[in-house]
Design a protein around this ligand. Structure first.
Ligand SMILES: C[S@@+](CC[C@H](N)C(=O)[O-])C[C@H]1O[C@@H](n2cnc3c(N)ncnc32)[C@H](O)[C@@H]1O
Length: 550
């Protein structure tokens, strides 16, 4: 039988755990779906409340059985179900040791109630008389030491409180001498740490604290909802054995690649351990020097690889990008290709570097782009639904970029990867202008015409510029996609050809048809304005939502 540990298993965790021996896990870290309608790749995060609680009882029970008597179990959970989850876990025989509040910034802003800026981390053990709590591994310098330089402070630091908030050195004004809380920002879209394919990635430093404290080297750490693989990467880096489950083939494949890229002994991603994170001035200076060197090396690699083209072109063109990555590798830069690409973009965005300017311009005709731009847009939306935070993160990560190409190519075959990527960049760049152009449509009342997308009839569709809604099923159903084109007939025929691929993205529920607004005497900017207005009103499932008028 295949070894169970040091594996990420594709499959349902309750079923998987049923097939394994009892009492072989030292630490469980579980970050289940919170039943709040989050968009995962496979899992539907909106069960009936009673069904969600029954399911929670099943997976907590399965993890409880897998735990050794000295084992610990941490559950991350939102406000909606934390009370019920605590009761269920205790009913199954777990004992609560701490209820930690993980405070984060970058929470979703609310207008009608108080915004959410925390997640609950419940820390249970199987037997309160047999615990593993490696306090020396997780002590932090107290505010007394760091801010007040108080000689009475314990030089070994303190065990953190149960609100993991701000590092004292990050916000000295917020702390009194007795406070010892810690800060882990959520892994936001722009963070270097972000693997890029999962919307709920946990910070490595937060997991590091849990793994260090509640397990020892070679112990087995289980994550039943592995997602992007954060817990497993941290366990591997810290020399633990690791095992995980996830039901999404996509996440499993990407998380495996992430886990394979790390090694025992690697540093955890994210803000440094606070024990070492108030660097002496000389250390700070040497870090600044390292950063300057890295910056210079990125610029040199760009100059060698770019052939006079722009930074965007080097990011989007697989051939130029491969040369850039090679140049970075030759210079032994720290990080991975995705980091180097993101650093290059970040340097370009500062606008300070004359060496990053281009001498050659990329010209792609709009009529050529019209043949595949819709495919780029739908592929971009698909990648964002999978948890990628931005087009930059997709294009900078060679693996993600090739997945994007595959999606786009399945919808409009026959073009180069660069073409699909460049079209997506154009859509992103123009989004603001098109949204502004939508303002003239606020009282738009024109009636649309319907054309069925049936092989025999679509020939009657004119070869005219148009804005259209792609729908299936009944006439009042929500559109799947709202497009704009120079040639409606060509687009209709491409849409029919893409039907099988489109079905994978949004299974259709009936006959496909177009509701069209012919726009013969209207220029493209105005058509884009109408498209943006209609996207804002209808929220279609396949459009890039930055195009939506608000
Ligand atoms: C909140 S996310 C976990 C994120 C993870 N902590 C990380 O840092 O990336 C929950 C994950 O559970 C997976 N999932 C949902 N139901 C599952 C089940 N029954 N068994 C295994 N995985 C499941 C989803 O695909 C999703 O990736």
């Amino acid at each position: 039988m295949k070894k169970w540990v040091n594996q990420l298993h594709l499959g349902e965790c309750i079923e998987g755990l049923k097939k394994t021996k009892k009492e072989q896990v030292d630490l469980v870290f579980a970050d289940p779906p919170y039943n709040i309608g989050f968009s995962y790749d496979v899992y539907e995060d909106k069960l009936e409340s009673s069904e969600y609680l029954r399911w929670s009882e099943d997976w907590i029970g399965a993890c409880h059985k897998a735990l050794k008597p000295s084992g610990a179990m941490w559950i991350a959970i939102g406000d909606e179900y934390v009370a019920e989850i605590k009761i269920i876990a205790e009913k199954l025989g777990l004992h609560l040791r701490n209820w930690v509040i993980w405070y984060y910034t970058f929470g979703v802003h609310c207008t009608q109630k108080f915004g959410r800026s925390h997640t609950h981390l419940l820390y249970f053990v199987k037997d309160p008389d047999k615990i593993v709590f490696n306090d020396s591994e997780i002590r932090v310098p107290s505010a007394r030491q760091l801010i007040y330089n108080d000689k009475r402070a314990n030089s070994a630091g303190r065990i953190p409180d149960n609100t993991w908030i701000l590092r004292p050195q990050a916000a000295p004004g917020s702390f009194a001498a007795g406070h010892d809380t810690w800060y882990f920002a959520r892994v936001a879209g722009t963070f270097k740490e972000r693997a890029g394919f999962h919307g709920c990635q946990m910070p490595e430093q937060l997991l590091g604290r849990i793994v260090r404290c509640c397990s020892s080297v070679d112990d087995v750490v289980l994550d039943p909802f592995a997602g992007s693989g954060s817990t497993l990467c941290v366990a591997k880096k810290l020399g633990r054995q690791w095992v995980g489950y996830d039901i999404s083939p996509e996440y499993v494949q990407l998380a495996k690649a992430r886990i394979n890229s790390v090694n025992n002994g690697d540093a955890l991603e994210g803000p440094e351990d606070p024990l070492k994170s108030t660097p002496a001035i000389s250390k700070r200076a040497s870090r600044a020097k390292r950063e300057k060197n890295q910056e210079q090396a990125i610029i040199t690699a760009f100059q060698k690889a770019s052939d006079g083209f722009s930074v965007d072109r080097v990011i989007a063109d697989p051939v130029l990008n491969a040369s850039f990555i090679d140049e970075c590798s030759v210079q032994s830069l720290s990080g991975r290709p995705v980091d180097w690409n993101l650093e290059l973009l970040a340097l370009r965005k500062t606008g300070d570097f004359a060496q990053l300017r281009s001498s050659k311009r990329e010209q792609v005709s709009l009529t050529k782009m019209d043949l595949y731009e819709f495919a780029s847009e739908i592929a971009l939306r698909r990648m964002m639904d999978m948890g990628y935070s931005s087009l930059d993160h997709i294009l900078c990560d060679p693996y993600a970029a090739s997945r994007f190409d595959d999606f786009a190519r399945s919808l409009a075959p026959g073009f180069k990867s660069f073409d699909y990527r460049w079209a997506a960049l154009r859509i992103r760049k123009q989004a603001h202008t098109w949204r502004v152009s939508s303002e003239k449509y606020v009282s738009f009342k024109k009636k649309s015409k319907r054309f069925d997308l049936d092989d025999n009839k679509f020939k009657g569709i004119p070869k005219s510029p148009a804005v259209y809604l792609l729908k299936s099923g009944s006439s009042n159903s929500l559109p799947l996609y709202i497009g704009e084109t120079f040639n409606l007939m060509d687009r209709a025929s491409r849409t029919i050809s893409a039907q099988t691929a489109l079905n994978q993205f949004a299974p259709n529920t009936g006959e496909w048809y177009l509701e069209i607004y012919l726009q013969k005497d209207v220029d493209q900017l105005d058509r884009r304005g109408l498209q943006s207005y209609l996207i804002g009103r209808n929220q279609p499932r396949m459009n890039f939502m930055e195009l939506a008028a608000t």
